[in-house]
Design a protein around this ligand. Structure first.
Ligand code: FES
Length: 209
């Protein structure tokens, strides 16, 4: 939430509570994906960069494919016009969301080879950089293994290996912090790290995305 909204919530709590109740109520008959797509369009129309950076990944999380997001943006052309669409696509490119890269558009989920299972450290975190366009953090405890996307669940920042201190991973952008042994967000934020399904095949750890 922006500093301005936080300020207004403190300064005018009744009015702002009514405003947020109104916003929540307006979408109650829509499924989450449709709500997120409409939010993406409204952020583009008002040219709210911060909101757009937040709602683009949310739309994907709520089940929209990159092509559906692009369709929604293009369908809104009569009201947005080309300049706002180009503004939005520039931000989208800057975010470098893997699913939106031209060579990954429309790709079906597939297994990706990460690392030899014997090289995954016990009770520790292993970082694998740039595996088929993504980096991941791996936590292994015995035979239990969790593979997490290095992209922050807040605004898709690619969290670097250097941001890891013990098992705590802190996103450099807005300081959401995560416990990599569970994936849970432990400071500031509200959502856990995105976890990929994983498997061990012929001594290799693989993940599906
Ligand atoms: S992008 Fe905002 S905390 Fe990571």
């Amino acid at each position: 939430m922006s500093d301005a909204l936080s300020y207004l919530i403190k300064a005018r709590p009744e009015a702002m509570t009514a405003y947020f109740t109104f916003l929540k109520d307006t979408g109650k008959y829509l499924d989450p994906k449709t709500r997120s797509l409409i939010s993406v369009i409204t952020k583009i129309d008002s040219q709210t960069e911060r909101g757009l950076r937040q709602y683009l990944p949310r739309a994907i999380r709520d089940g929209a494919t990159p092509h559906e997001v692009l369709d929604a943006i293009l369908m809104a052309f009569p009201t947005l016009g080309l300049a706002k669409i180009v503004w939005a696509v520039d931000i989208l490119l800057d975010m470098d969301i893997p699913e939106f890269r031209a060579d990954m558009l429309g790709a079906e989920p597939a297994w990706h080879d990460l690392i030899a299972w014997d090289n995954v450290k016990e009770n520790d975190i292993t970082y694998v950089e740039d595996c088929d366009g993504r980096s991941v953090f791996i936590y292994r405890s015995g035979d239990d293994c969790r593979v997490y996307d290095s992209r922050c669940p807040h605004q898709v920042t690619d969290i670097p290996h250097l941001a890891l201190a013990g098992k705590k991973l802190t996103c450099p952008k807005h300081k959401w912090a995560f416990d990599v042994s569970t994936g849970e967000c432990v400071e500031k934020g509200t959502r856990p790290l995105n976890q990929f399904t994983s498997r061990i095949t012929e001594g290799r750890l693989q993940a599906n995305w």
